[in-house]
Design a protein around this ligand. Structure first.
Ligand code: 5GP
Ligand code: ZN
Length: 115
């Protein structure tokens, strides 16, 4: 799978739409969420276009594992290593951008805490 010309996160991964980069390698790109809900709120995306996390897992299990490794690295660097990893999947679950993205949520004021 490659890029989708109409996709916001494909454009962010390609650098044609600006973002605050946190991490990048050959297959993934990580950047600060524009509307953070916790002290650390970073999105980790595959550079190739997949509509959601399950599609990545099916097509390329190594890539989804790598996204999780990168999430841990970011949490280690930006906080105390503890984090929530959230993949909203489907409109009814709050997904608004249909390019797979892992929300890495850590630090203070973490609104994602589930009781
Ligand atoms: P979703 O609701 O699809 O799980 O998450 C999409 C996330 O992308 C939201 O948290 C939203 O704040 C973030 N977002 C949407 N547009 C942009 C953008 O142009 N730049 C950045 N950095 N984040 C964005
Ligand atoms: Zn895309």
């Amino acid at each position: 799978m490659a890029q989708d010309a109409d996709c916001l996160f494909c454009k962010i991964a390609a650098g044609t739409i600006p973002s605050t980069k946190v991490y990048e390698d050959d297959t993934v790109y990580a950047f600060k969420d524009i509307n953070p809900v916790s002290e650390v709120h970073v999105l980790v995306i595959p550079k190739d276009h997949y509509p959601n996390a399950a599609a990545v897992a099916k097509a390329d299990p190594t890539l989804i594992a790598h996204i999780i490794e990168v999430a841990q690295k970011i949490a280690d660097e930006q906080s105390d290593g503890a984090f929530h990893l959230l993949f909203n999947t489907g409109e009814a679950a709050g997904q608004t951008v249909f390019h797979c993205h892992a929300h890495v949520l850590g630090g203070k004021a973490d609104a994602a805490k589930v009781a």
